[in-house]
Design a protein. Structure first.
Length: 140
């Protein structure tokens, strides 16, 4: 199995593709307002996934760099605290954005939920594709 099958960059690109398909489908099958709601939810989902990926990569870098044994525990503790703070700030910002969008009726709630599921669809489709390739490649 190639490493690029499950790369996060490939998953991010596929998330944009799935979002485009869902927005187009929502526009054709329902309405432009519903498609807008799907788009907004997808943007929030994909951007959160991208920021999360970036934060995790920075956190892993703090764990794998070796400045010396005396400062290692302090560096790891600082990296962990920074990661957790960024995580919770991101969650709060997303919550505020969703609250404003829903409260002032700028989006259709069902379209928003569909858009927020974009990354979930991407992960699910990627996992199913990897499992399909594994089982049907004869490598059991």
């Amino acid at each position: 199995m190639a490493d690029d099958e499950m790369s996060l960059q490939k998953m991010q690109v596929m998330s944009w593709v799935y979002l485009a398909v869902m927005v187009l489908g929502a526009w054709i099958l329902h309405s432009s307002f519903f498609a807008w709601s799907v788009f907004v939810g997808g943007i929030i989902s994909i951007l959160s996934f991208w920021v999360s990926h970036t934060d995790v990569m920075h956190f892993i870098e703090t764990l794998t760099s070796h400045p010396g044994p005396e400062g290692e525990k302090a560096r790891v503790k600082k990296g962990k605290a920074g990661y957790l703070i960024k995580f919770w700030v991101r969650i709060v910002i997303i919550g505020i954005v969703l609250l404003v969008l829903i409260k002032y009726r700028k989006v259709n709630i069902f379209g928003l939920i569909l858009g927020l599921s974009t990354v979930v669809f991407t992960i699910t489709f990627t996992a199913v594709n990897v499992a399909r390739r594994y089982f049907f490649s004869g490598r059991r």
